[in-house]
Design a protein around this ligand. Structure first.
Ligand code: GRF
Length: 198
């Protein structure tokens, strides 16, 4: 693949943006098959937006949507993504249920990172669920986004051992390390597979 053909990726966040940062830094490798063309989200004060700006990545801020403005927000977001010629959207800690029309508009082009070994523990509080269940492993999953919450086709997973004495905080921290490895790699594999007919 020639470097002129890097896949154009937008990242949506709501908070810290450590997975977004992992993507930005991974994209600096000359052989990385994607570039981050835009970061946006639903929280104008999200620390990750300031980080992306400091790293020279284009950021578009929207006011936090309310029930009344949610449809408009997703329409505006979609327009901004199209104007940036984004080919893929990565949800990296984007804490919003994405409406069906938006999911349909990005069918097969929108990825999410989730902090559990799906199909176990969809939704929130995955680490306490894994600890309460006495699981031997937690982990993280990158999957395609479909209309079913945390239910789309799985692209890649990393298992993370649960240690004696683990707390939600300690487990979350270790799973986060695995997320930072998994997401850039899963995205690279996905965009490369789609671009290479072999
Ligand atoms: C991660 O645990 C991710 O799996 C989940 O939200 C968290 C985002 O963390 N969807 P960060 O903002 O990337 O640090």
């Amino acid at each position: 693949m020639s470097m002129a053909e890097k896949a154009r990726v937008a990242v949506l966040i709501s908070g810290r943006g450590s997975n977004m940062a992992a993507l930005i830094y991974a994209a600096r490798a000359t052989d990385c098959p994607y570039k981050i063309v835009l970061v946006s989200g639903d929280k104008p004060d999200a620390p990750g937006l300031a980080l992306a700006e400091s790293e020279g990545v284009r950021v578009v801020r929207f006011p936090s949507p309310t029930v009344a403005t949610k449809t408009q927000f997703f329409n505006d977001l979609n327009r901004v993504l199209r104007e940036a010629s984004a080919e893929y959207v990565v949800l990296a800690g984007f804490m919003r249920i994405v409406p069906d029309a938006f999911v349909a508009a990005w069918h097969g082009r929108m990825l999410n990172i989730h902090p559990s070994l799906l199909p176990n523990y969809r939704g929130l509080h995955t680490h306490s669920a894994a600890l309460d269940a006495g699981d031997a492993h937690a982990g993280c999953t990158v999957h395609l986004v479909t209309a079913e919450l945390d239910g789309g086709p799985i692209l890649a997973q990393t298992k993370v051992a649960i240690l004696p004495g683990d707390t939600v905080a300690s487990l979350e921290e270790r799973v986060r390390i695995a997320e930072h490895q998994l997401l850039p790699r899963a995205l690279a594999a996905y965009v490369s597979r789609e671009r290479d007919p072999e």
